[in-house]
Every structure is written in C-alpha cells, then in structure tokens.
Write a protein that binds this ligand. Structure first.
Ligand SMILES: C[S@@+](CC[C@H](N)C(=O)[O-])C[C@H]1O[C@@H](n2cnc3c(N)ncnc32)[C@H](O)[C@@H]1O
Length: 379
C-alpha cells in the first residue's frame, strides 16, 4: 500500500453522492452524474466500486477482491489503494469521519444483518420447502432425508438461481421467499445505507418511514442503520395494513389486473404481532420504532410524523403509492431521500409516481437502484 494511504486504512470510504454503479447485462458501469460520464468497469474495478456503495475500509475492499480474484495480498492492497485514491482525486469517492475500528465492526454487523434479513444464512431451507411442496413429504424415506441434507449440492442449479434472486430481490419460483424477513434483496438494502449515510453526514433532519413493510425486514434494516450510526434519536415509522394489500380499486390498477390482496397473495400479508416479533428477534424493538397500522388513506394523513429524512414506499399499487406520496412527500426534508420500490417493474406504480411529480411540478432526478426500485434526493 502506498505510504501516503496507510493512515487511511481504517477510515470509512464511500462512493461519492453523484456516482452510481449500474449493471447492464452483467456489465458494471460507473455513472458520474456531475460530469455526465459513464465508464465500463472490469471485474476488479466493479468489485471495488460495488464495495464502496456503502462505507467500508481499504482492508475490507482488499478482502473482497481477494475472495473473488486470485491476487497476492500486497499486490491487492497497493492496487485497491491506488484505484480508490484515483476515485478520490476525481471527486468520485469520499472519506467519512469515523473512529478507527468502528467502520470495520459496523460493516460486519450491517452486512451480516442484511444477509440474515434476505435469508442468505440458511437458504437451502427454501430449496427443501420447494421440493417438499412439489414432491410431497416421505418422512421415513432415507433417500429423501439424504436429499434434504445435501440439497444445495444435489440441486446446485436451483441453489445458484435462489442466491441470485436474493441479491437482486426477485421472486424465486413465482413467489417471494417464505423465510426471508424482507423480499427487497441486498442491493436495495445497500441503497438504504447509502441514503442514510448521506442524511447523517449532511445532518438532514427527520425520521425514516417505510410504507408497505410486509414482514418488516427493510424497516428493521432502517432502524439498524439509525442504531449502528449513533442516530437513535431518529424514529423509524412502520406503516402497513398488516393484513396485506387492498383489492384493486383505482382504474389504473383495475385495468392492469393487479390483485395482490391476501386471498390471492398470502405471502404479501404479515400481522402486526409478527412484524413486532421480527424487530424483537433482531433486538431492535424499542420506543424508536413506531407502528402505523391501517390503510394508508386513513393512517398516513394524520400520522404524528413531523419530518422525514428517508421515505421508502413499497406498496405495489397505483392507489397505495399515490396515497403514500400525497400524505408524506411534503414532510420529507430538503436533502432527504425518497425510495420507491416497484417503479421499474410495475407500470401502475411508475404512473403513480410520475403523475404525482408532474401534478406538483416537481423535477426529480430519478435514479435506478436495480431492476425494480428507484430513488431520488429531494432538493
Ligand atoms: C411488497 S410488500 C412490502 C415488502 C417489504 N417492504 C419488504 O421489505 O419485504 C407490500 C406491502 O404493502 C402493504 N400495503 C399495500 N398497500 C397498502 C395500503 N393501501 N395500506 C396499507 N398497507 C398497504 C401490504 O400490506 C404489504 O405488506
């Protein structure tokens, strides 16, 4: 590692606010919105930039590169440090102040939490359930017990698909994971940290709120970010019917045939006790977590939420998305972020967002997170 970078080894490094990493057909592209430039990245550069999406250290970046590529320790340390220094000189990476060691431990906590929330810890269990649902259980058959034991190797192809679906937050075999506490995948969780880090660094006032929480995992992550970054005075608001989606009533939803209500999609409904339990499981249930049960049209307009630094909407329907935006958008502080799931994958949701922004004359720079979700910063 070059001597002038050695002191930075434990400081938090993060991608600049104006830089996005976008994936197109397996290719990684670094987009610098400030200079309107885009660069295709090779494998190592993509791994480094991907690692920098959330605050990290040079040491952690090197570990990641060495996990993916066959490169010696010293050579890796020098190349990573030089590449990151280049990004810093171009204004494409920032150093955040953090006491030595904190970044490292926080990185490990949040990465482990994210993997637990999407169920990358015991993923083969989902293969087992899928197999038993298809083939039926034969509890006494030794062959079946062996298959249950070795299923990730016996069904290696499905296992790979499952892991990729979890990274990208996509359904696997036509439904969200029955085990995961969130269906939004690793990339969208990382994006939440990216947004949170900026509002903390810029002291943007306000709480975090998720409208549409299902089993609660993304909201758990929002609260974990507040706790991990010593921002516990902010509240995490958790808004849901806790009974699934309403039946479609808005003409755009009806025309698109979007019926995600509980009788059709049982996996999209989770009760309030179940969501509270999820928070408790991760030791994150406290007064800093407040629940807003009920249909958005009734629960959100008069909710005791004053200011928001981060608003996450994940409600699938035109009606629900526009109800959440109408009730909450004005409470988002300047400099705060709005994240909308489904914008890139559900036409009705995109129409709701675009219609809301156009009706209010708001020019938002909408940025993709992945194939589903987008975000923008309120100016
Ligand atoms: C796709 S799920 C949310 C996924 C969740 N964010 C996660 O991390 O896995 C959609 C949620 O929105 C809720 N929802 C949709 N429309 C609603 C409305 N109008 N009022 C209250 N809740 C609603 C549903 O109950 C459901 O829990």
């Amino acid at each position: 590692m070059p001597a002038h970078l050695a002191g930075r080894a434990e400081r938090a490094l993060v991608l600049g606010e104006q830089v996005d990493l976008q994936w197109s057909g397996g290719d990684a592209v670094l987009v610098d919105r400030a200079s309107d430039a885009a660069f295709r990245l090779d494998g190592v550069a993509a791994a480094i930039v991907d690692g920098l999406s959330v605050p990290t250290t040079l040491g952690a970046l090197c570990e990641r590169v060495r996990r993916e590529f066959d490169v010696g320790e010293d050579e890796c340390a020098t190349s990573v440090a030089t590449f990151v220094e280049g990004l810093r000189e171009q204004g494409r990476a920032d150093v955040l102040e953090a006491p030595a060691g904190v970044t490292k431990v926080r990185r490990r906590y949040l990465d482990l939490l994210a993997r637990a929330l999407v169920n990358l810890i015991y993923p083969e269990h989902e293969l087992r359930v899928d197999h038993l649902e298809r083939e039926g259980a034969r509890p006494t058959a030794i062959a079946q017990r062996r298959l249950m034991r070795d299923i990730r190797y016996a069904h290696a192809e499905q296992f790979t698909e499952l892991i990729e679906a979890k990274r990208d937050g996509l359904p696997w075999r036509g439904r969200p994971s029955p085990d995961a506490h969130t269906m939004i995948g690793l990339r969208r969780l990382e994006n939440l940290e990216r947004c949170a880090v900026r509002v903390f660094a810029d002291e943007v006032p306000g709480d975090f709120l998720e409208a549409g929480v299902c089993r609660g995992g993304a909201s758990v992550f929002l609260r974990a970010l507040q706790v991990a970054y010593d921002e516990e005075a902010r509240v995490t608001w958790v808004a849901d019917s806790f009974a699934g989606l309403p039946e479609p009533s808005h003409p755009v939803d009806v025309a698109a045939g979007l019926d995600f209500s509980e009788p059709r999609q049982p996996w999209l409904a989770a009760s309030l006790p179940a969501v509270r339990e999820t928070f408790a499981t991760y030791d994150l249930l406290s007064d800093g977590v407040r629940f807003l049960p009920g249909w958005f049209a009734e629960s959100l307009p008069d909710a005791a939420v004053e200011r928001l630094a981060l608003l996450r909407i994940d409600a699938d329907l035109h009606s629900s998305t526009s109800e959440a935006l109408t009730a909450l958008y004005d409470r988002v502080s300047p400099g705060g972020y709005v994240v909308v799931d489904d914008y890139n994958s559900v036409e009705a949701c995109r129409v709701a967002v675009d219609g809301f922004l156009a009706a209010r004359g708001i020019r938002a720079e909408i940025r993709p997170i992945d194939r589903n979700a987008v975000f923008w910063r309120k100016t």
